[in-house]
Design a protein around this ligand. Structure first.
Ligand code: FES
Length: 132
């Protein structure tokens, strides 16, 4: 593992994001600020390799029980915590990288540290040498 400074923490306000390409010619990493906590995801969708981190950040609809004729209440939850891939709209939990469409799929995540004013992403460089 090695830490890469990806910018200043105050560059990414709550609800914001920044996409960095720390290794030339590679897809890069998306850093997201959710309520003051930072998360980093690989910018490659595990479905068909779309630019995941450029997708819409939103929430999701959720029902307490399967909708029926008498009860069709669908709530909106986790606003600002779900990333939707721009290619085929698969949804991912930003904090964990877990795909909400297929529970067997997860996008790579990286720890993010705030070191003074700097944001440092802890990446395994070998992850990027295998990519293409
Ligand atoms: S490439 Fe991301 S959902 Fe298909």
């Amino acid at each position: 593992m090695s830490g890469i400074v990806v910018g200043r923490a105050d560059e990414i306000p709550a609800g914001g994001r920044k996409i960095v390409v720390p290794f030339r010619g590679r897809a890069g990493i998306g850093i997201f600020n959710i309520g003051g906590r930072f998360y980093a995801l690989r910018n490659i969708c595990p479905h068909k390799r779309g630019p995941l981190c450029t997708g819409e950040v939103a929430g999701r609809g959720a029902a307490q029980s399967p909708p029926s004729v008498s009860d069709s209440q669908i709530d909106y939850e986790r606003d600002g915590q779900i990333l939707r891939c721009p290619w085929h709209a698969w949804q991912f939990d930003i904090a964990s990288g877990q795909c909400l469409v297929d529970p067997t799929v997860r996008v790579k995540t990286y720890p993010v540290l705030v070191d003074g004013d700097d944001l440092v992403v802890d990446v395994d460089v070998s992850d990027f040498s295998r990519e293409r």
